[in-house]
Design a protein around this ligand. Structure first.
Ligand code: SF4
Ligand code: SF4
Length: 422
């Protein structure tokens, strides 16, 4: 298969001050040729011109304040909306299907700060509460998806003419199942409501889940991906980790290349990220450094058309100590270790002092016979696992609003991780 050359813009931005964010995103978009150039060739843009709908798809995992770094920062959302309007694109909508269907998309957007920014710019909420089943017979893992209706309308995934395009506004974060969540994984929020939970039960391993995401990216195909890496999340992501300033805005038309550059910034081998390899196999994009041209922002560093050196990228942006899973999978020289999987595997555990017994973890667990339940302990309610049922999908950890679930590794697993660091 011929691999196309992909470009990723990386622009420094050291705070969420509105002007700084807007300047950084403007520069990133210009490095890629500007909005008009990026949207060229899109059927909806050709048909409707600047009246085509542009759907902004931020990460709104659940109701969380922007400073927690769980969701796309509203200033990134605002800047993209304002820049599009400046260029004459006025038919803007936004939306995401949060991890939990309650209390709904708009309420979630309110807490994340996205709604206020959207109202100010007259960006309407899209129809994300209801979905339509879309067949995808070519899928290697998934043959159909239930997509939110706004996504169906914009992409024309139901076979009708597409009404517009999607801009993916993802967040730079770690992820327990897939190591990172970036551009590729952010499209998961195009799947409607509880169908996302069902996907976790169906596609259980990181590789299988990644192949489903690759199929999804073939159906949804956002035109542009902009990553909020000004303050990223490291450690126990995507919902319970620690904010980590990375001072970067990344942008690309290739979600795999963008995620691969994110990997490079945090010293994670992109081949260890199953979403990268599955998406490259499916033709979504490339993680291969040789086929990625990085365009650095900042006037003194910019040399048009030149591939930047590793030093330039490292000095300005990289973080060797970023807390992410770098241990190898049980392949190659580690193949034999698979037989000791039960001694090696990590597992979610409850931090009793933080748990408030809200039951969100139990509702989120995709298994019919739940692997986590709420127990009454005197006056208190607390979550408890039945590990014999648990499939280690980490949905409970992802959705816990109190960061009361952490991931525990066995001693043997820690030793292996240290020995085979990449
Ligand atoms: S672990 Fe988290 S989600 Fe589950 S009951 Fe406790 S606080 Fe709620
Ligand atoms: S208990 Fe948590 S990790 Fe285990 S299957 Fe349920 S949601 Fe997934």
């Amino acid at each position: 298969m011929e691999i196309k050359q992909s470009k990723v813009a990386v622009v420094r931005c050291d705070s969420y001050e509105p002007d700084k964010v807007q300047d950084a995103i403007r520069e990133a978009v210009l490095l890629l040729g500007g909005f008009d150039h990026i949207f060229e060739g899109e059927t909806a843009i050709e048909a409707f011109g600047k009246n085509a709908e542009i759907l902004l798809k931020p990460n709104m995992l659940y109701r969380a304040a922007p400073e927690k770094a769980i969701t796309t920062h509203p200033e990134v959302f605002r800047a993209v909306g304002a820049l599009l309007k400046e260029e004459g694109y006025n038919n803007l909508a936004y939306g995401d299907s949060p991890g939990s269907p309650v209390p709904g998309m708009v309420k979630t957007a309110e807490t994340c700060g996205i709604k206020a920014a959207a109202d100010e710019l007259n960006i309407r909420p899209g129809e994300f509460e209801h979905g339509t089943e879309i067949a995808y017979p070519k899928g290697r893992a998934a043959k159909h998806f239930v997509l939110c209706n706004e996504v169906v309308k914009v992409t024309g995934a139901d076979g009708k003419d597409s009404a517009g395009i999607i801009i993916n506004l993802c967040k730079m974060k770690t992820h327990q199942l897939e190591r990172i969540t970036g551009a590729v994984k952010n499209t998961f929020g195009c799947i409607c409501g509880i169908n996302k939970t069902a996907s976790h039960a169906k596609f259980q391993s990181p590789e299988h889940f990644a192949r489903m995401l690759a199929d999804l990216n073939c159906v949804v195909r956002p035109t542009l991906h902009i990553m909020d890496g000004i303050v990223a999340m490291e450690g126990n992501g995507p919902g319970s980790g620690d904010p980590r300033p990375m001072y970067a805005i990344l942008a690309s038309t290739d979600p795999v290349a963008l995620d691969a550059v994110f990997c490079r910034l945090i010293y994670l081998d992109p081949q260890l990220v199953a979403t990268n390899t599955a998406c490259m196999e499916a033709g979504v994009g490339t993680w291969d450094e040789e086929h990625i041209e990085i365009l650095l922002g900042g006037v003194p560093m910019q040399r048009e058309g030149a591939v930047i050196t590793e030093d330039e990228l490292e000095i300005k942006y990289a973080a060797k100590d970023f807390n992410v899973q770098r241990g190898k999978d049980f392949r190659g020289e580690l193949r034999m270790m698979r037989y000791f999987r039960s001694f090696i595997e990590k597992k979610p555990v409850i931090i009793a002092s933080k748990c408030i017994g809200c039951g969100i973890c139990e509702q989120t667990c995709p298994l019919e016979d739940k692997a986590i339940t709420i127990l009454q302990s005197g006056e208190a309610r607390i979550a408890a696992y039945d590990y014999s049922k648990c499939i280690k999908c980490y949905c409970c950890q992802e959705m816990c609003p109190k960061q009361a679930i952490t991931i525990k590794k066995s001693l043997l697993s820690k030793v292996i991780d240290r020995r085979w660091k990449v």
